[in-house]
Ligand binder design. Structure first.
Ligand SMILES: [Cu+2]
Length: 113
């Protein structure tokens, strides 16, 4: 009986660990931008946002690596937050007025459409 209890507790622990892992996702996608100032803004858009575990935008490749909790935030919502500060992704485009407010050196070449 005691052995069965221990086995059940172990199975419970393993399944909770697996469940916790499956809600964590890492995505890499392009965010249009230019410089380190852009990096600060792009990463800043995801700062202290519920569900964001880590984020890093590369000024050379323009690729954003973001890890997030799928139960708390969606990939589309992440792209929306980035667009809200003026940066385009291939799926979500920033508003023209937000883009126009960016520092001149940060006004990257926008993707078509
Ligand atoms: Cu910039």
């Amino acid at each position: 009986m005691k052995k069965l209890m221990i086995a059940m507790i172990c199975m419970f622990a393993i399944s909770t660990t697996l469940m916790a892992q499956s809600t964590k996702k890492t995505e890499v996608f392009k965010v249009y931008g230019n410089c380190e100032m852009c990096q600060g803004k792009i990463e800043g858009a995801l700062k202290k946002k519920d569900g964001i575990l880590s984020k890093s935008w590369d000024t050379e490749t323009k690729m954003l690596t973001v890890s997030y909790d799928t139960t708390k935030i969606s990939l589309l919502k992440i792209k929306q937050l980035i667009a809200d500060v003026g940066y385009d992704t291939d799926e979500v485009r920033a508003k023209a007025e937000t883009y126009n407010k960016l520092h001149k050196c940060c006004q990257y070449e926008r993707p078509k459409n």
